[in-house]
Ligand binder design. Sequence first.
Ligand code: HEM
Length: 257
Amino acid sequence: MKNLLQNLWEKVTNSRPWKSFFRHGWPDNPLDRSLIMTTNIFFHLHPVRVNKKSIRAAYSLGLGVITTVMFIILALTGILLMFYYVPSTELAYFDIVKLQTKVPFGQLLRNMHRWGAHLMVLSAVLHMVRVFYTGAYKPPREFNWVVGVILLILTIAGSFTGYLLPWDQLAFWAITVGTSVAAYEPLMGKTIKKILLGGPEVGQAALTRFYGLHVMVVPAILLLVISLHIWRVRKDGGLAANEVKDDDELEAENDSN
Ligand code: HEM
C-alpha cells in the first residue's frame, strides 16, 4: 500500500501539468531555495540574498509597499466608480449623490477612493523622507530617486485631476484657484492653464479633460513608472541597507581572518 501511494505521488509530481505549476522541488537544498526566489515574481522583487536589516519592518517601514498597495486600491475602486459616474456638468454632481445614497456600498466605495488618494500622497511623502533619512538616494540609487520624484509629481497630479470630478462647489472653486495659480508660472503658465481647462474658465471642456487625465493618462503613466521604480530597486541590489554586512557575516569574516 505504501509503495503504491509512493508510486502515485512520484507519477503526479513528475507529470507535465504538476511541473508547469511547481517549477522547483522542496526547498531543502541551495538550488531549490534559489529557484523559489527566481521563479516567483513577488519573491523575485528581492535579490536572492538579503541581509536581515534590509527586510526588518522598522528599517523601511514598508512605506514604498504601502504606496504601491494604495495605487492598486485606487485603480480597483476607480474602475468601480466609473460604472456610476458620467463626466457631464449636468450629471456628475447627481451621479455622486446617487452613488452615496442609492448604490449599495456606494458611500464606502467613494470613501475608499478618496481616503486612498490622501493616504497615497501621505505615504509617498513619508517614503521619500525615509529614503532621505537612510541615505538611500546616494549612488547607485540616484536614478531611482529621480524616478521617485516623478512618481510624487504624478501622485499629486492624480489627486489634483480627481478633485474636479464630483463637480460640487469645493471642486469647482479649488480647480478655479489651482489653475489660476498655475497661470502665474512665468514661461508656460498661461498655456498650461489653457491646455488644462480647454477654454477661459472651468466648464464642460475642463471636466472632460480632467476626467481623461484622471482615469487614463495619469494612472497609465503611474503604472509604467512604478514598475520601472520597483524594477530599479531590484537591479540596484535591493534596499540600500542590503550593502551593509550583518553582525553574523562580520563575525564569520573575523573568524576566518
Ligand atoms: C507612487 C509613489 C512611489 C511608490 C509606489 C514607490 C515604491 C517603492 C517601493 C515598493 C520600494 C521598495 C521598498 C521600500 O523602500 O519601501 C521603493 C524604494 C525606493 N524608492 Fe520609492 N516609491 C514611490 C515614491 C518615491 C519617491 C517620492 C522617492 C524619492 C524622491 C522614491 C525613492 C526611492 C528609492 C531611492 C528607493 C530605494 C530605497 C533603498 O534602497 O532603501 N520613491 N519605492
